[in-house]
Design a protein around this ligand. Structure first.
Ligand SMILES: CC(C)(COP(=O)(O)OP(=O)(O)OC[C@H]1O[C@@H](n2cnc3c(N)ncnc32)[C@H](O)[C@@H]1OP(=O)(O)O)[C@@H](O)C(=O)NCCC(=O)NCCS
Length: 313
C-alpha cells in the first residue's frame, strides 16, 4: 500500500480521525489524556512517530495508527478506525507488520467502540497480552502511617525539578515503551516537558501540584528518588509518580517516599489517595503492601497497553 497517496486521498478524514483520537484520550483519561495527546502530536512533529493511514480493501473502513520503529519492530501508540470495532482494527494491525520483518510490540490505549471484555478476547486471539493499567485507591479507613524518620526525605522544591527529571529518565530507561510517552530518543527532554507541567507561570508550583506532600530523597545534595502528587480529577490527592534511581532500588527508598507522602496527606485526618499503576512488578507490589486496592470498573477506566512479545511475568 502506498502511504502517501492514501494520505492525500484521505487527508480530511484522517485529520478528523486524529482529532477524534485526541478528544477520546482527553475524555477517557482525564488525568493524563491531554498530555498524552500533546506528546503524540509533538512526536509526530519531531519525526519520531509517523501517522500511518490505512484503508480497508472494501473502502468502507479507514484507520490511523501512530507508529514508531523500535527494537526491530513497530510500536503503535494510538489507533483509531472508522467504523470502530474488531474487524477494521484486526485488519489495520494485520497490515502493519507486513511492511517490515519485525512484530508489532505495543498497542496503546483502549480502542474506541470496543468494550473491555471484547478487547480481551480479541487481542488474546491475535497473540497479544494485556499490560493492564489500573486505578488504585487507598481508602481513608486504611491504617495510619507514621512519617519515616529519614533525614534524607524532604519536601520537593521547584529547583529540584531538573534533578527529578534525571531520575525519571533513569527510572524508566530500562523499560522502553513502559511509559509510552518516553519511548522516544529524547527521553530526558520528554521527561522534562512532562514534569514542567507542575510549574506555574511564575516559576512556582502549579495550582494542582501538592508541593507539601511531594517529597524527594536527598542523598547529600543529590536527588535519588521522588514522589509527586497532584490534586486528582476526583478531588482526591493523586500520586502522579514514584521514582527511584535504579542503582538505589531495593533499599527501601521508594517505600519511605510513599509512606512520607501518605503520612503528609493524612496528617489532618483520613484521606483517600488514588494512583494509576501497571498491574505487575515492583510498584504494584509496593502499592498493595501499603493498602492500595484496585478500583473496579466502571470507575477504573485505565486500560493500559496491548503487547505482542514476551510477558514479564
Ligand atoms: C517502584 C520503585 C519506585 C520502588 O523503589 P525502591 O526504592 O526500589 O522500593 P523499595 O526498596 O522501597 O521496595 C519497596 C517494595 O517494592 C517491592 N519491590 C521493589 N523492587 C522490587 C523488585 N525488583 N522485585 C519485586 N518487588 C520489588 C517490594 O514489595 C518491596 O518491598 P520489600 O523489599 O519489603 O519486599 C522503583 O522500582 C522505580 O523507580 N521503578 C520505576 C518507576 C516506576 O515504575 N514507578 C511507579 C509508577 S506507577
Amino acid at each position: 500500500m502506498d502511504d502517501s497517496s492514501d494520505a492525500r486521498a484521505e487527508g480530511p478524514r484522517l485529520d478528523r480521525l486524529v482529532e477524534r483520537h485526541r478528544q477520546f484520550l482527553e475524555e477517557r483519561f482525564p488525568f493524563w489524556g491531554r498530555s498524552q495527546a500533546n506528546a503524540l502530536a509533538r512526536q509526530v512533529d519531531d519525526g519520531s512517530l509517523t501517522i500511518r493511514p490505512w484503508t480497508a480493501r472494501d473502502e468502507r473502513a479507514i484507520g490511523v495508527a501512530w507508529v514508531q520503529t523500535a527494537d526491530g519492530g513497530l510500536r503503535v501508540h494510538g489507533l483509531w478506525t472508522e467504523p470502530t470495532g474488531p474487524g477494521p482494527v484486526t485488519e489495520l494491525l494485520a497490515d502493519l507488520p507486513r511492511e517490515r520483518a519485525g512484530t508489532v510490540q505495543v498497542v496503546t490505549d483502549v480502542l474506541p467502540g470496543f468494550d473491555a471484555e471484547a478487547q480481551e478476547d480479541h487481542f488474546a486471539g491475535l497473540g497479544y497480552w494485556h499490560r493492564a493499567k489500573v486505578l488504585m485507591r487507598r481508602s481513608p479507613d486504611a491504617a495510619r502511617i507514621a512519617p519515616p524518620r529519614s533525614p534524607r526525605i524532604r519536601p520537593i522544591a521547584p529547583t529540584d525539578l531538573l534533578a527529578v527529571t534525571r531520575v525519571y529518565a533513569a527510572a524508566y530507561a530500562d523499560r522502553p515503551g513502559e511509559f509510552w510517552a518516553w519511548a522516544v530518543p529524547s527521553a530526558a527532554q520528554e521527561a522534562e516537558r512532562d514534569l514542567r507541567r507542575h510549574l506555574g507561570p511564575t516559576g512556582g508550583w502549579s495550582d494542582s501540584f501538592l508541593a507539601d506532600a511531594s517529597q524527594v530523597w536527598d542523598d547529600a545534595g543529590t536527588v535519588r528518588g521522588a514522589v509527586l502528587l497532584v490534586r486528582g480529577g476526583r478531588g482526591h490527592p493523586w500520586i502522579d509518580d514514584l521514582i527511584v534511581e535504579p542503582a538505589f532500588h531495593r533499599q527501601g527508598i521508594g517505600r519511605a517516599l510513599l509512606e512520607a507522602a501518605i503520612a503528609r496527606v493524612t496528617s489532618q485526618g483520613p484521606e483517600t489517595l488514588d494512583l494509576a499503576a501497571i498491574r505487575f512488578g515492583a510498584p504494584y507490589r509496593l502499592y498493595r503492601r501499603l493498602e492500595f486496592e484496585e478500583v473496579p470498573p466502571p470507575e477504573c477506566r485505565l486500560d493500559g497497553h496491548w503487547v505482542r512479545g514476551p510477558t514479564p511475568f
